[in-house]
Design a protein around this ligand. Structure first.
Ligand code: GLN
Length: 450
């Protein structure tokens, strides 16, 4: 009840598209009843969780913050949702986000913008902005978002909380509405590293419904946080801290953090990367290509929105009208871009080339983690920007993803944890990345730094 009241009191932040108030209270009562009767308690007994509006919850609406899926009801649970419920979590509602998780500011939702609690004239980041604000403003205890190129880590950074993107394949994508399938991963927002570790061990694991979910056993991540005495070997990319777009105060804070780690006996070394300028173009070529294919299912026939037709409209008109009316501007831009890079005349120049860069990045990653435990970098080059400041400049918006897309391109886990407060009053974080399926190391390092 307290969380439901808090959500109502903070309605103007627009973090929730729907509150499952009645259901949540019924669930809470049932959990309480089970506890009183001595039933064994789940790992998340009574934990209040919110879901980004791209994660399916049986019998509840899920819209990807898009008009094309408005009023669509899911007929099954995402595997992550299933795991949460099995461990006693209470699902309190669905969070606003950028339409189909495309964006960095939560300004692309068909249902209004989300505001940052710390400064309501600023964005909370995106695309999982509503899920970040839900944790930031105590509207739930933890929330699930999705991270295709930074959509959990960047809003966590902008809101002063923890954001974890697991390795590609660590958490099943079954029941996660697809944006770019070879990048998408469900992630976690929390107020501290221990909560993220606990939720990860609940939602991670193999799944017969997702062949890309790893068979590797899931460790008890939350139990491996206690030992903060380990000494690690960190690398950072020289280009990252010298980058012209990086805010001077964020750069200075990173240098201080590096010096502190060294003073505590960790090794931190600068390495050449040389590919920083290619990661954003590569990311946007490959993700828009995958999106153009994934979003072709919204055709006005199978489900969701269907345009009103006139008597002489044929099937092509049905597609055209439906998709023009119900997809927002950013989603349309990306479908066009993706269709272009996949088209016969341009496939080799763009799509094939981007795949080659991705391959090169994968090789570089293997090389780095043969010598280091982790990579340290800023999460975002700036703090949360003003609402409307970048919405007319898509390129400028895309470039803000420069530090986060790498982890998705190569599939490694990454976390953003709060670092300092900028002189403009906004928080910012530091990002840690480790090798594939090295979540235990990642979380242990995060707990050590935090
Ligand atoms: N900002 C990035 C984009 O717009 C990341 C989105 C995401 O991770 N879902 O694609």
């Amino acid at each position: 009840e307290s969380y439901i009241n808090n959500i109502k009191a903070n309605n103007h932040l627009n973090a929730f598209l729907e509150v499952f108030a009645e259901d949540a209270l019924v669930q809470a009562a049932a959990l309480d009843h089970a506890r009183i009767n001595g039933a064994p308690l789940g790992k998340l007994h009574g934990v209040v969780v919110a879901l980004k509006d791209v994660i399916c919850y049986k019998g509840h609406q899920v819209s990807a913050a898009s008009k094309i899926l408005a009023h669509f009801t899911s007929i099954y649970n995402a595997t992550a949702t299933e795991h949460l419920l099995a461990e006693g979590a209470i699902i309190i509602g669905r969070n606003n986000c950028d339409e189909f998780a495309m964006g960095s500011s939560s300004e692309n939702s068909a249902f209004g913008i989300v505001k940052n609690l710390i400064d309501e004239t600023r964005v909370p980041g995106g695309s999982s902005g509503g899920s970040a604000v839900a944790v930031q403003a105590d509207l739930c205890m933890v929330s699930l978002g999705s991270d295709t190129g930074g959509s959990v880590r960047q809003p966590a950074d902008f809101c002063g909380i923890v954001g974890l993107k697991p390795s590609y394949g660590r958490v099943s994508r079954y029941g996660l509405i697809a944006y770019a399938s070879s990048f998408d991963q469900i992630g976690i927002f929390s107020k501290n590293v221990a909560d993220a570790a606990l939720v990860l061990e609940v939602i991670a694991g193999a799944d017969d419904y997702d062949s890309t979910a790893s068979q590797k056993p899931v460790s008890n991540y939350s139990e491996q946080l206690a030992d903060t005495s380990k000494k690690y070997r960190f690398a950072y990319f020289k280009e990252t801290l010298n980058h012209k777009g990086l805010d001077a105060e964020i750069a200075a804070a990173l240098h201080t953090t590096i010096a502190n780690l060294q003073a505590k006996g960790h090794t931190v070394e600068a390495i050449d990367f040389n590919m920083l300028d290619y990661v954003v173009p590569t990311y946007y070529i490959l993700t828009t290509a995958e999106a153009s294919s994934n979003l072709s299912r919204y055709d006005g026939v199978k489900f969701g929105y269907r345009a009103q037709l006139s008597a002489d409209d044929d099937l092509t008109e049905l597609y055209k009208k439906t998709r023009s009316e119900a997809f927002g501007k950013e989603v349309q831009r990306r479908i066009l871009l993706g269709t272009f890079v996949l088209s016969a005349g341009y496939f080799d120049a763009y799509f094939t080339k981007a795949q080659q860069v991705r391959q090169l990045l994968a090789q570089t990653t293997t090389h780095i983690f043969a010598n280091y435990d982790a990579i340290i970098s800023p999460t975002v080059p700036t703090t949360a920007f003003k609402i409307g400041e970048k919405s007319n400049d898509p390129i400028e918006m895309f470039l803000g993803d420069i530090y986060t897309v790498f982890a998705n391109l190569v599939g490694i886990p990454a976390i953003s944890i709060p670092l300092f407060t900028h002189s403009n009053g906004m928080p910012f974080g530091v990002q840690i990345m480790t090798g594939h399926y090295e979540e235990a190391t990642l979380l242990n390092i995060a707990a050590t730094i935090n």
